[in-house]
Design a protein around this ligand. Structure first.
Ligand SMILES: [Zn+2]
Length: 428
């Protein structure tokens, strides 16, 4: 794990060389042991060198969730012992969940080492108190956690607060726990901390201020960041990752671009033709996981978009490859004229309305958009008209925009909260 920390002083060229070696060994292993890759990786790979790997890898077709679902057997390495492998599922925010197999080596690097490095970047040492405001049915909701997890929690000096369902009573309890426990850091889903901070603000509760809040899973929109920072009196940092590939990138104290973990992930940001976008341009995130040999994910198109970073950062680390994660592809709506409209536009129309407690915008059909809203009082007619007008402005005058006022909006099965849901397909 200490090896991960040594990467921080390397130059961009040194990182590229060292990462090239890791990529090469993953590709060689996949060619020799994984039936799916045996068919699609060029045999020259076995005699290539780390310098050429970055152009060679571009000949491998992108891996999608559908391909994984159709080739689950053929994606498993034949030389890996079954007992070292565990099954994980991708978040259930879109369609059918997909199964992923991950080994112990992957877990040590992706979960433990990356988290260690992330904490080091933000000045938190191992053993300093941490609260995880987390909500996942699979991990927590079903009841007791394993002995291994209990030991880990003890060693990490952390406690878990389930945010799968945040009732007023639970939020009051959680605020009291934060005040009592005085954590150095809070790891949290964006939506969970946003809901909790709104509650704390509304009730005028005096809350303990941790040193750092690390937000993950959803998209940390600027308005949400500012609002949480104001309530907790500390900085909120963005972390990006997923079940399939673990933690992928995080912000350092500069609170600007996201640093990737070059020892565990090779990241490409590609345009629709598969070419790498220029610095500052948006593209699709494609990830090669360098540490999971049991079921290698090579050029996995994860379904998120990002703006390509400059690579360098004021903090001295040359790993700032992502300027900003743009959120899930699903967080876009399709206009009647065929344009994909970024979800942030719609969020901005609703997020500041004082009578809206919670909302979700769902594109149910090509010509129908539903605003699902939990209200705190009767919505003013003018506001409703304004929302319809602004949504139609980008989606098209003929778009059927409606409202549904509900008592609760549930998170998806993985605990992620979706502000925007598109039920119509618009593939990459
Ligand atoms: Zn930095």
């Amino acid at each position: 794990m200490t090896d991960a920390l040594t990467w921080k002083s390397l130059s961009s060229n040194q990182i590229r060389h060292k990462q090239g070696e890791l990529l090469l060994s993953l590709l060689k292993h996949s060619f020799s042991n994984v039936p799916y890759y045996k068919k699609i990786i060029a045999p020259e790979i076995t005699s290539s060198n780390p310098k050429d790997i970055y152009s060679l890898i571009k000949t491998i077709p992108l891996l999608t969730k559908n391909i994984i679902r159709d080739n689950s057997e053929d994606l498993l390495a034949k030389n890996i012992c079954n007992k070292d492998v565990t099954i994980n599922m991708s978040g259930g925010s879109t369609g059918e969940p997909v199964e992923f197999y991950q080994d112990k080596y992957y877990k040590s690097w992706n979960i433990y080492a990356n988290k260690l490095v992330f904490n080091e970047m933000l000045g938190k040492e191992m053993g300093e108190r941490e609260i995880n405001l987390w909500g996942s049915e699979r991990d927590i909701y079903k009841g007791s956690i394993s002995l291994q997890e209990k030991i880990q929690n003890f060693l990490y000096n952390r406690i878990f607060l389930n945010s799968f369902r945040l009732s007023e009573q639970l939020m009051e309890e959680y605020a009291a726990i934060i005040n009592r426990y005085k954590p150095k850091s809070i790891w949290t889903y964006v939506e969970s901390i946003y809901t909790l901070s709104n509650y704390i603000k509304e009730k005028g509760i005096e809350i303990y201020s941790p040193d750092i809040i690390i937000s993950t899973a959803g998209t940390l929109y600027p308005e949400i960041r500012l609002s949480v920072e104001e309530v907790f009196g500390c900085k909120v940092y963005n972390q990006y990752g997923s079940r399939e590939v673990g933690p992928v990138a995080c912000q350092c104290k500069e609170q600007s671009q996201l640093h990737i973990f070059p020892w565990s992930h090779y990241i490409e940001i590609l345009d629709s033709k598969g070419e790498t976008v220029d610095i500052g341009q948006e593209g699709n995130i494609v990830i090669t996981c360098l540490t999971n040999f049991s079921m290698p994910l090579i050029r996995y198109s994860i379904g998120d978009k990002a703006i390509r970073g400059t690579g360098t950062c004021k903090c001295g680390r040359n790993t700032a490859d992502i300027a900003q994660v743009q959120g899930r592809n699903i967080e876009q709506l399709l206009s009647l004229s065929g344009e994909l409209i970024h979800g942030q536009y719609f969020i901005k129309q609703l997020v500041h309305k004082p009578w809206i407690k919670k909302f979700q915008i769902i594109q149910e059909a090509e010509d129908r958009v539903l605003n699902k809203i939990v209200t705190s009082k009767t919505p003013p007619k003018n506001d409703l008209n304004e929302i319809v007008e602004r949504e139609k402005l980008l989606l098209g005058e003929e778009m059927n925009v409606t409202f549904e006022f509900v008592d609760e909006i549930e998170s998806s099965d993985s605990g992620k909260y979706m502000y925007i849901i598109s039920k119509i397909s618009h593939d990459l």
